[in-house]
Design a protein around this ligand. Structure first.
Ligand code: AMP
Length: 432
């Protein structure tokens, strides 16, 4: 029988890779905690309507990338393609937004039926933060500051560039879209099918076209900045001066529009040249209209989402995860001889109790010394504790050897009762 394989673009994350994920998750959680953000968890499945109304009917995500289906009751549901819509739905449904300020974070899998390649998957994971109830540019700056702090903690800041843009209000973009449609309508013979289709549904997406002929047709096209209202402009300028004062460098990219309809005013993206084609690692901005659009009261909001897989790729290829984070286990206890199970398990328990945070494996399944010590090496432990009966003796051993599993192979023989007390020094000398 043929074996069933995972779905294309949906990855298994194996134990060795999980160590980088854990490290990244821990640092992210430390950073959001330092900034006073609190976790919110919401379902992976939502009504399809939620995403249509928030992300936008004529975006790539909603048009062709969602995993949507009718469930057994005939309700049309979708696997979430991003987190903001579900976060807003949940926060509003539970009354967290009315007349309040909230700083929330989430993490988890998202689903988009895109063409899989390195850094782009059909199930991928995001960290996100969302801040509600704050009108001024200071919260935009805080959201960006938090992302910069994360890169600093991960030692990735120097590989990342911050791009920002002001995309104005929804009505600014509507007026601009109409001007763009009028401009391109006179040049339809230069457009491809995709661009022609978008011309009347979502003309700003034509700007993203990779087709050189379409880009040629865009020469001399109206620019969004000329349609942006004065309030948006001063908000954006204030954000820029806060970023300047904080020493956070950025470049302004007037082409940055983001693929989700709910954004307004300031949008930003962190990009890298370390990942080939999939260079965007974090995208965000302000979305003041979304809560109302989903049926809540008007609530200012800003946030971002980070692609976890892309950060994991960077951490691994740049070797930014500290060595001790990549060691799954510290001590491996092995016992050669009959009837030593209880003694081995007890010693493991004593070590774990004395050194919280120490990873201790107690060998199970018996076997000869050679096969057990091989397992100790294979699992990456730094130290093996070896309980071995004297030749021919049936009595439990009184002493055990502590052996460093590095090049030095240093050995110390101790009474078993002394091991928990002495282990600290031995580990310290082993660089643990
Ligand atoms: P978005 O929700 O489209 O603003 O994306 C935010 C971030 O999620 C991007 O900057 C990427 O890092 C990441 N991302 C988006 N789509 C994918 C995907 N298909 N696979 C992996 N990461 C993704």
């Amino acid at each position: 029988m043929s074996k069933i394989q995972a779905i294309r673009g949906m990855n298994d994350i194996l134990p060795e890779q999980s160590l980088t994920w854990h490290y990244l998750e821990r640092i992210f959680q430390q950073v959001v905690k330092k900034f006073g953000y609190q976790e919110i968890r919401f379902p992976v499945l939502e009504q399809t309507q939620l995403f249509k109304r928030s992300i936008g009917e004529v975006t790539d995500i909603v048009e062709k990338e969602m995993y949507s289906f009718d469930d057994r009751n005939g309700d049309n549901l979708s696997l979430r393609p991003e987190g903001t819509a579900g976060c807003v739905r949940a926060a509003d449904q539970h009354g967290l937004l009315y007349n309040q300020q909230q700083r929330l974070w989430y993490q988890g899998p998202m689903f988009r039926h895109e063409r899989p390649q390195k850094g782009r998957y059909r199930q991928f994971h995001q960290f996100g933060i969302e801040a509600f109830g704050m009108v001024g540019p200071d919260i935009d700056a805080e959201v960006i500051q938090l992302s910069a702090e994360l890169w600093r903690e991960l030692d990735l800041l120097k590989y990342l560039n911050l791009e920002i843009n002001n995309i104005g209000s929804a009505s600014d973009r509507k007026a601009y879209g109409a001007a763009l449609t009028a401009f391109l309508s006179a040049r339809t013979e230069q457009l491809d099918d995709d661009a022609r289709r978008r011309l009347h549904t979502n003309p700003m997406r034509v700007l993203d076209s990779k087709n050189p002929q379409v880009q040629e047709a865009l020469t001399g096209a109206p620019v969004l900045q000329d349609y942006v209202n004065e309030d948006s402009k001063s908000h954006y300028q204030a954000l820029c001066s806060i970023l300047d004062a904080l020493g956070i460098s950025y470049s302004e990219n007037s082409r940055l529009v983001r693929g989700l309809d709910y954004y307004n005013n300031c949008v930003f993206e962190w990009t890298t040249d370390q990942l080939g084609a999939q260079g965007a690692v974090c995208g965000g901005g302000r979305y003041d209209g979304l809560v109302k659009q989903l049926g809540g009261r008007e609530t200012p909001a800003a946030g971002f989402a980070i692609g976890i897989e892309r950060i994991v790729l960077m951490l691994d290829s740049l070797e930014k995860v500290p060595a001790e984070e990549l060691r799954p286990i510290d001590v491996y206890i092995l016992a050669v001889g009959e009837g030593l199970s209880a003694q081995t398990l007890q010693l493991a328990a004593d070590l774990r109790a004395r050194y919280p945070g120490l990873g201790v494996i107690s060998h199970c399944g018996g076997g000869k010394y050679n096969s057990q010590i091989k397992r100790a090496f294979a699992c990456g432990a730094r130290v093996a504790v070896i309980l071995e009966q004297e030749d021919g003796s049936a009595a439990p051993p009184q002493n055990a050897r502590l052996r460093r599993l590095d090049d030095s192979g240093a050995v110390l023989t101790l009474e078993i009762a002394q091991i928990p007390e002495q282990m600290g020094d031995f580990l310290e000398n082993s660089g643990i």
